[in-house]
Ligand binder design. Sequence first.
Ligand SMILES: Nc1ncnc2c1ncn2[C@@H]1O[C@H](COP(=O)(O)OP(=O)(O)OP(=O)(O)O)[C@@H](O)[C@H]1O
Length: 647
Amino acid sequence: MLRIACTVVQRRAPYFAPPVVAGTWGSWIYASAWIGDPGLEWPIAYGTAGAVLGAATVGATVLGIRHPIALPALYGGAVASGTLLWSAWQTAFPSAPGAAVGLVGAIAAGVPYWLWLAKHRLNRAKIDSKTVKQAAAVPVEVVLAPDDVAGALAATGTPGATLEQMLRHPDGAWTAILSLPVGVSPRDIAGSAQRVARLQAALRLAPGWTLEVGDGGASHHLIVTARPPAPQNTVTIPSRHPILDELEEWDPWQPVLVAIDLDTGEGVHLHLLARAGILIAGLQRMGKSVLLSVVVAHLALAGARLILADAKLVELSLWAPLCQHEDDFIGRDPAAFLAKLLELQREIDVRYARLVREGRTKAEPGDGWTTIALIVDELAAFIDIPDRKLRGQIVSVLRDILSRGPACLVPVVLATQKPEDKVVPSQIRDVCGQKVALATTTPEMTDTILGRGWAAKGAAAHLIGESEKGKAYLLEDGSRPRKVQTFPFEPPERHEVITVVRELWPDRPGARVPLPGAEDQDPDPVPPTPPPGGGGGGGPRGGRPHLRPVLTYPDGSRIEENRKPLWEALQQAGPEGLTKPEAVKRGICNHHTTINPWLAQWVRAGWVEESGKRDRAVVYVLTAAQHTPTPEASATSEESTACRTSL
Ligand SMILES: Nc1ncnc2c1ncn2[C@@H]1O[C@H](COP(=O)(O)OP(=O)(O)OP(=O)(O)O)[C@@H](O)[C@H]1O
């Protein structure tokens, strides 16, 4: 009983305080007037002050002033006005009826205050309800209808609650706002795991539903929210990239299908030419190279000239045979990388000069320009370097290519597994119009890839689990990040693309992969480039040409530079043949380099055959003696027509 009384007083104090204070104060004045000599000075002093405060109170209420001072003013005004009436009456007629009339007057004086208080409370209830709606973050349908939530609460030992509002959410969740009876604290219910569990049981929620119980702040409301289980992800990711079913020449202007949106199930594309560069980053072994390969495959099928930079060699070397120029593969050599960037920058300048001449701002299909794609894996190896000057030059030129390139058919794709500021400087990140954040470890790492603040705004790449390969957040300029799953794209599928591209463009020489140590063993180093302006060849300024044997396949076609060592080793091996581990031992390749596709191609062409196994590895042998190379050309003053570079 005492507890209930205390709760009532505590909860309703603002309502009771004015009459209680007015009554106490007035009683004292009344008693002193009744007992002693009733003077006028005290009632007049209190009354004048009360009248001023009362006028201010009423004025504030009428004008709707919400200044913090309004509450004490209103309160004081109510008390003083009541006192004035009461004390004036008892001074004139010190009697019991006088006291009663004074009390009524005091209470009446509190009316503006109560009105103000009631309005304030109503506003507060509105705010509470708004907060609930905002927390739901989805439009809600407000249903003022009874429900059995109050009954369930009664079944758990808290009878007397009434349902004030039932909010139904589009995902099936609902929120019930219950008004608790006097003496029951919402905080006590919400704070007790046992009572919440009992309420959940009483509500008989379906399996998987969760219950949240909160108190309505200072009010006597209990807010009960029941949520259905998160919808099962029904998006299915094809195990085979659709590009593999359309292995034909592609249009570079077409966007590249790289992933599936995990929320909508829609295909997600990257735009090579319509938008500035692409940045792909994330932790090791989370799917960066797989995604990069999809983009490279598209570019290769689009007939683009591929410029590949890969410090690790193993990721991009697979694509090296599709390159148009022998030096279009850059290994761990930041200086060579800068040289290639400068070459690209010059090409962009030439293309922009044409655009300016023709009064255009960007290239269009049919311009006749080849797409030149710069693909960089492990950007860290070219940027996180001790030579600060070189680093500065690389960042500056790369930034320029990223921002100007796509408009003149020079797309850039960057990948790195170290998403840190020193590896992905903001100048580089900010010009990339499309960013893909695979799994990271911290929100800061995610922000380094996507831009500041995105991790906090829902792009939680740092929460992607270790087993969720290929899951990522993809952000395009001007939109929100999308949670996506990339397609698997394993080496056998990459080989399917490579085979088709080689058939489409058979005369591409391929790029030389700079294998560590291979240069030292080069028996026939490439001579220096003739001085600029020199006539080249055997002209008077070019000097006497240095002729080099041209190694050819049995059908007369030229053997690509990067495949020569393997072919020569097969020749030297004779009928004994050669296995891959032996090729590794001889420094022709390393364990990661894929020479199998070359061998498979030669086997298909009938130049090489498999002759059993040695130490469990397949032995490859040249099929016939006539496959020996063209005998070394003797140095003559005449250039070989087959040797186009007059080496
Ligand atoms: N979308 C995907 N679906 C299924 N498996 C995937 C997907 N993406 C990547 N994987 C698997 O994850 C593994 C690592 O992928 P990948 O080589 O692309 O990682 P990475 O980030 O490039 O690693 P590193 O940083 O070491 O180069 C591969 O074995 C691959 O099979």
